[in-house]
Design a protein around this ligand. Structure first.
Ligand code: SAM
Ligand code: SF4
Length: 329
């Protein structure tokens, strides 16, 4: 019988999002500043340290692991790590997935599948090359679309994540929905969250998804779906298009009651909540081989996991100082 990780509100932690790097080849406006300083690589958990941590987590009932970043596919040797972690699938770990901006996916898709990955989330905020370049500051739409096509061809299920941004891509939501329907992808829309300082005023681009939903409901029937990922999304089936739409609404509709996750940064800091500073540092313990100490620290974190985030989009300062690329989106 596994000794599960259960927090003070009775929530069992079965899902871990693990950032493998804070670096990224894009500079999405809502996520990063134009000029970012990234960590020296010796501060990152080594692959061996990541494996030790994953074994610890799986031993305590974590069944789902999502690699993220920054951009996970820019970390050197990442496909070797995926292959190594993939060996745990079916031995406690049920699912290994990845969230990516897609820029390097074309060259990675087949190896991801061969390592046991079956689903990827790809962030895509516009299908218009100019708007895409504007939002990501450095992204090339054609490369991302090639990456998505390669993922599909390799047999990976693709879910598209799109941050809904007033004035930047609100008119792109319906075209994206139709494109996803045609490709057989699910689409999840995300509200912008106040994480880290960015140059642009975030409130200016905050688009409440309830408004988007109302808009869509004038043309389509959105049937609430029973599907839940244990995550924050609410899902709707749109029969007219044959597509499933997820809405992640941290601001307009708090979702914390069912939270089953924790987040690990690339340097081995574990956060109980995306919107709080409650954390433990595991790198030192992992580096000295003190797995028992790491487990005790993890238990302490879980015991004190905050009940809910307190994001306020209109607040003068971000809810937490770290960017999404640091905590791992
Ligand atoms: N680079 C990868 C990507 O873009 O998919 C993985 C990391 S990224 C931080 C993970 C997700 O977080 C992306 O879907 C991105 O759009 C989202 N994200 C980043 N900053 C955000 C913010 N401030 N509010 C809401 N979503 C954000
Ligand atoms: Fe990079 Fe992802 Fe952040 Fe965009 S959202 S800057 S792709 S980490």
């Amino acid at each position: 019988m596994l000794d599960f990780l259960v927090d003070g509100f009775g929530r069992r932690i079965s899902y871990v999002r693990l950032s493998v790097t804070d670096r990224c080849d894009f500079r999405c406006r809502y996520c990063m500043g134009e000029e970012m300083t990234f960590l020296p690589s010796e501060q990152l958990l080594s692959f061996g340290e990541i494996e030790t941590l994953v074994d610890l987590l799986v031993g305590r009932g974590v069944t789902k692991l999502r690699l993220t970043g920054g951009e996970p596919l820019v970390r050197r040797g990442i496909l070797d790590l995926v292959a190594r972690l993939g060996r745990r699938i079916g031995r406690g770990l049920e699912e290994l997935t990845l969230t990516t901006n897609g820029s390097q996916l074309a060259g990675a898709a087949e190896r991801l599948f061969a390592s046991g990955v079956r689903r990827v989330n790809v962030s895509l905020d516009s299908l218009d090359a100019g708007k895409f370049a504007h939002i990501t500051r450095r992204g090339r739409l054609d490369r991302v679309l090639a990456g998505i096509a390669a993922a599909k061809a390799a047999g990976l299920r693709v879910k598209i994540n799109m941050v809904a941004l007033k004035g930047l891509n609100e008119d792109a939501i319906e075209p994206m929905l139709r494109w996803c329907a045609g490709e057989g992808f699910d689409l999840t829309l995300i509200e912008t969250m106040p994480l880290g300082e960015v140059e642009e005023e975030r409130t200016a681009h905050y688009l409440p998804l309830d408004r988007v939903k109302e808009e869509l409901e004038t043309r389509y029937r959105l049937v609430p779906s029973l599907a839940r990922s244990g995550g924050p999304a609410r899902y709707f089936d749109i029969a007219e298009l044959g597509v499933r739409l997820g809405l992640i609404t941290p601001i307009s509709d708090n979702f914390c009651a069912g939270c089953n996750r924790i987040r690990v940064t690339a340097t081995g800091t574990v956060y109980g909540c995306l919107g709080h500073d409650q954390k433990v540092e595991l790198r030192g313990l992992l580096r000295t081989g003190d797995v028992g100490g790491a487990e005790a620290a993890l238990d302490m974190l879980i015991a004190g996991k905050p009940q809910r985030h307190r994001f306020d989009i209109a607040a003068a300062t971000p809810a937490v100082e770290r960017h999404m690329s640091v905590t791992g989106g």
